[in-house]
Design a protein. Structure first.
Length: 164
């Protein structure tokens, strides 16, 4: 039993090592191709590279939207609508002469540990900086796409903030 586990662990480690080796070779090839293109195209290369990145990110975005749509449809298909109602008793019993509004009662019914969320004035800017810090920890090949996704989501948040 132990011998078999050691063999399996050894094979897994070898696969990981070969995958890392393959990734390093791919990075070297991409780097060399980038240098050759930069030498051949000169100052225009940055524009070409930006155009390529926008196109690739757009295509990847379409793929992710398709996948998310399919996933949402699967989740809707698998949810069971349960029609039974549970009897909940109120958390707050008003033993005073004070009459509370419905909004006040709903707030009180949330309990003692409920916290009113308050966002700082520049919370979107802070979110952007935190996201960039997190993105910098990702592998280099994934950073541009994630950066594009985060920028898109932050723009949506900013638009929603202006509307609300």
């Amino acid at each position: 039993m132990t011998k078999k586990k050691i063999q399996i662990t050894r094979i897994k480690d070898e696969i990981k090592f070969l995958h890392i080796k393959k990734t390093k070779i791919e990075h070297r090839i991409i780097y060399n191709a980038h240098l050759k293109a930069a030498l051949e195209w000169g100052n225009i290369w940055h524009t070409i590279m930006d155009s390529i990145l926008v196109t690739v990110n757009h295509e990847a975005d379409k793929k992710y939207k398709t996948i998310n749509t399919k996933l949402n449809q699967l989740m809707k298909a698998q949810t069971n609508n349960l029609d039974f109602q549970k009897q909940f008793y109120p958390r707050v019993i008003n033993n005073t002469n004070i009459t509370f509004t419905n909004d006040e009662m709903s707030l009180l019914n949330k309990g003692l540990k409920y916290s009113l969320g308050h966002k700082n004035k520049g919370w979107i800017t802070t979110l952007a900086f935190e996201a960039e810090t997190a993105i910098s920890q990702l592998p280099y090949t994934e950073q541009e796409y994630v950066r594009y996704q985060v920028a898109h989501n932050i723009k949506q948040l900013y638009k929603n903030k202006l509307i609300n």
